[in-house]
Design a protein around this ligand. Structure first.
Ligand SMILES: [Zn+2]
Length: 269
């Protein structure tokens, strides 16, 4: 990461923490860092099926449960919410709603991939963040569901608050996007270091699950179940442990930056 990017991220992180501290004015119970883990598919929706018949939904759930276990074992200052803890069907829009209702600080959707019929064999993990062309939809969801768009009762006359509320949602969406991008770079590095999977890079896509949650959000396709090597690895305990540990580490590193900026904002007040 070059100096300019680092500077930019620092500024954005400050805005992010600042907006969250405004949120605390109206939402006092929210100061525990909350991660929403979203194991893709479930129940009647198996997701993709691997070459040996393994269901994507089961691998996604197993990895998410391991990430939860690693986090819960070492960090009592991180709240972990799963959109599903068992093999059940949850609508896509319901997943974003669960995240918003729980005031998530980070949303990680976990999936596995399958190549299309016309494509050659593909392998490796892919990371998706939201497509900026769909920010209007995301803004609408944020306006509807994000409580800190509301003016705090005690401060309605303040000019600052008037300005703040007119810029809040678009600015916030931009910050969420940048923070998703930042988290994606950390996750890409951890997955590359900690697993045998190849990186296919970070991409932007307008997946519904990526725009439904009003917070930094990312979807990881852990590998291709249509590829014999990836499937063997992702089916194994070793593979699932490696991937879960990489996601876990990325969350911890992201939170370290989050806590640091929270501290900087506190002492600079
Ligand atoms: Zn999937």
């Amino acid at each position: 990461m070059n100096q300019l990017n680092l500077f930019l991220y620092t500024i954005l992180f400050s805005i992010f923490i600042l907006t969250n501290s405004f949120a605390e004015n109206t939402e006092p119970e929210k100061d525990v860092f909350t991660v929403i883990l979203d194991p893709g598919h479930g129940g009647k929706d198996p997701g993709t099926t691997g070459t040996t018949g393994v269901y994507e939904k089961n691998i996604n759930l197993s990895i998410a449960l391991k990430v939860k276990e690693y986090l819960a074992e070492k960090y009592d200052d991180i709240r972990i919410i799963l959109t599903r803890e068992k093999d059940e069907f949850i609508e896509l829009k319901e997943r974003g709603k669960i995240a918003n209702e729980n005031n998530g600080d980070l949303f990680v959707s976990i999936h596995c991939n399958y190549k299309k019929k016309e494509e050659h064999d593909k392998n490796g993990f892919e990371i998706y963040i939201s497509d900026l062309n769909r920010t209007n939809e995301a803004e609408e969801i944020t306006k509807l569901e994000n409580k800190f768009f509301l003016l705090p009762k005690s401060d309605t006359s303040s000019v600052f608050w008037k300005e703040y509320t007119t810029i809040a949602v678009p600015l916030l969406q931009n910050v969420y996007f940048k923070m998703s991008e930042y988290f994606a770079t950390i996750l890409e590095l951890e997955l590359t270091k900690g697993t045998v999977l190849e990186s296919r890079g970070i991409q932007q896509e307008g997946y519904f699950v990526l725009i439904g949650a009003s917070m930094p959000v990312l979807l990881v396709e852990c590998g291709f179940l249509s590829n014999v090597g990836d499937e063997r690895y992702l089916k194994s305990q070793k593979g699932q442990n490696d991937v879960a540990k990489a996601i876990y580490k990325a969350i911890v590193f992201y939170k370290m930056d989050y806590d640091y900026m929270k501290f900087v904002n506190k002492i600079s007040k």
